[in-house]
Design a binder for this molecule. Structure first.
Ligand code: HEC
Length: 167
């Protein structure tokens, strides 16, 4: 009888330990999923259209690409009177900055077309911090995008050519 009770106690302790471990893992995943700032960042990246240029294959997928593949930059060039630009790899870009540095930089950032840098300039600190949280939560991935090519130099294909502005 005593023996059985002890077994039951051991089983209960084991179950509790197992449950504890399971609960531990879930809550870590849940914490990540439920960090409201991260979720807001994900939402802002989606409605801000950042994936259109910074995520290869995103637009053709109809926005269905898994977030693990987001924001790795692209080697498809955008060629125009400004030269040829490449959407930077934001997963690597954010690794080099603290949240504070990112907010300060985004506030005054200027870049060449077609990057809508003026949209970043007018975002609230909260929105910028949210974007940072989200991109950092994805972790580093991919390769750096190709370097900018000045207008007088021929870029390597593939690139999209913008028509010359009207005269
Ligand atoms: C229409 C295409 C396009 C969209 C949309 C876009 N980007 Fe970009 N982005 C680019 C290109 C191209 C560059 C490189 C510009 C250059 O070389 O000057 C760039 C550069 C950047 C840079 C680096 C700027 C620097 O310091 O040189 C950041 C940060 C960035 N984008 C963030 C974003 C975020 C966040 C969004 C969404 C709100 C976004 N981009 C939407 C095309 C785009």
């Amino acid at each position: 009888m005593q023996h059985r009770a002890r077994n039951a106690a051991v089983a209960a302790a084991l179950a509790a330990a197992l449950l504890g471990t399971a609960a531990g893992t879930t809550s870590a995943a849940e914490r990540k999923a439920k960090d409201p700032l991260r979720e807001r960042g994900r939402y802002l990246v989606m409605i801000g259209g950042c994936n259109d240029c910074h995520t290869p294959g995103y637009a053709p997928s109809g926005g269905k690409l898994d977030e693990r593949q987001w924001l790795v930059g692209d080697s498809l060039g955008w060629r125009g009177p400004w030269g040829t630009t490449y959407p930077v790899n934001l997963r690597l870009f954010m690794q080099k900055l603290t949240e504070k540095e990112w907010v300060a930089e985004a506030r005054h950032l200027q870049a060449r077309p077609p990057m809508p840098w003026f949209a970043l300039n007018v975002m609230t600190d909260g929105d910028l911090r949210a974007i940072y949280r989200f991109v950092r939560s994805l972790g580093p991935a991919g390769q750096p995008a190709p370097d900018y090519v000045p207008p007088d130099r021929e870029p390597k294909p593939p690139y999209i050519t913008f028509p010359a502005p009207p005269k």
